[in-house]
Design a protein around this ligand. Sequence first.
Ligand code: ZN
Length: 167
Amino acid sequence: MGIKGKIAWNFMTPKVSRVLFQASYRELMNLLMSTSESVEMINFKMKDIGFRVGETLLMDYADRIRDHAGAFHEFANTLQLAYKVNSGQFFSSISISEDKQTIKFTDDDCPVCAGVHITDMAGLQYCALVSGVFDAVMKLRGFQAESFQESCRALGDDVCTWTLTLR
Ligand SMILES: [Zn+2]
């Protein structure tokens, strides 16, 4: 999935240290873990935080993103670009279901989960922040869609996978 030079240039954004981001995210997660009653609640809260983050990102990029997607499945490209801009890397793979109702994003080197190994919290969606960002993009673009994190490297899966399904 290529990006034309001109578009890529338009999406250039100031960067912060990856270590700073990962350490901050880890401490945010630690705080959620110590103040939540269940894994489900941690997932819910992190996804909600991601939604708010997504709203901010969209406000920043709204004008530039608007032209790049019309139909639901075309958001695969927009989200790939947004992921690259914000994480510094592309999703390893993206697949769109035959009925074009579900988009599956995979990262085999998720920057949120890098270096994190959690063995005692089954069901935790460590990088659910990404799901929340997806939800914000969909809602603010007028789509009835919902994201779900299917697998997570921090929990021992081979890859991190997020699905986005049109309702
Ligand atoms: Zn991850």
